[in-house]
Design a protein around this ligand. Structure first.
Ligand SMILES: NC(=O)CC[C@H](N)C(=O)O
Length: 227
């Protein structure tokens, strides 16, 4: 399974994502500069965290205009796996590949912590190796992680089972319905604020991120033989 990690000016979790794929899966993974536009040679795309374009305007707002996003949209439309992690999630929202928007954390501070999460949906290519409603611990690190959507969108997310992760316990940023991650209706595009690539070895404080990458590979092997 061939992974692409697009890199934008200001990305700072790209190497973490590359190492997670290499160390957890042992699969081929390549950085792709944001000025490229062709991702047809890859089976999955990981939009990494960071501060693309310095978070000017809003986190992820300017990255949506990078040429690479043509390849990301094409990959999503073709049913390939696309995951946006933190800043990557913000990009997916800005591009309209996922519904809703990201606001400043309600306490107006940058929050860095290991966060308790509930796996609200394990029937996705990203979470099939977790138990439904399992509690996991994944690091968060963001200033604009306050997911917002209107009531109609929230009802649609609930009706179509698109809420994949919820914050457990204290809501760290004020997100609507404690939403930490959502997928599109086809479930091949996931956006999440927590960083699974920062939970892959014990010294990180949790290894609960490992099964997300393993779930992606399992999907690739079962559905496209892309292994
Ligand atoms: N870790 C990240 O990707 C941070 C995303 C964005 N820069 C924010 O502060 O919300």
């Amino acid at each position: 399974m061939r992974f692409a990690v697009p890199i934008f000016p200001g990305s700072n979790c790209d190497i973490d994502c590359i190492k997670a794929v290499e160390d957890v899966l042992g699969e081929p993974v390549s950085p792709v500069w944001h000025q490229e536009s062709d991702l047809s040679g890859y089976d999955a795309v990981i939009l990494p965290g960071g501060f693309s374009y310095g978070d000017y305007l809003r986190s992820g707002a300017l990255a949506q205009f990078s040429p690479i996003m043509k390849g990301v949209v094409k990959a999503a439309q073709e049913g390939k796996l696309v995951i946006g992690i933190c800043n990557g999630f913000q990009m997916l929202l800005e591009m309209g590949l996922l519904p809703g928007a990201m606001l400043q954390n309600d306490h107006l501070k940058f929050r860095c912590d290991i966060q308790e999460l509930t796996v609200s949906l394990n029937e996705t290519p990203f979470t099939s190796l977790y138990e439904q409603n399992e509690s996991i611990r994944i690091p968060i690190a963001h200033g604009q992680g306050n997911y917002f959507c209107d009531d109609k969108t929230r009802q649609e997310l609930e009706e179509h089972d698109q809420i994949v992760f919820r914050y457990q316990g204290e809501n760290p940023n004020g997100s609507t319905a404690a939403i930490a991650g959502i997928c599109n209706r086809e479930r091949n595009v996931l956006g999440m604020m927590p960083h699974p690539e920062r939970a892959i070895v014990e010294w990180m404080g949790s290894v609960d991120g490992v099964r997300l990458f393993q779930s992606m590979l399992k999907h690739g092997e079962e559905n496209h033989g892309a292994a």
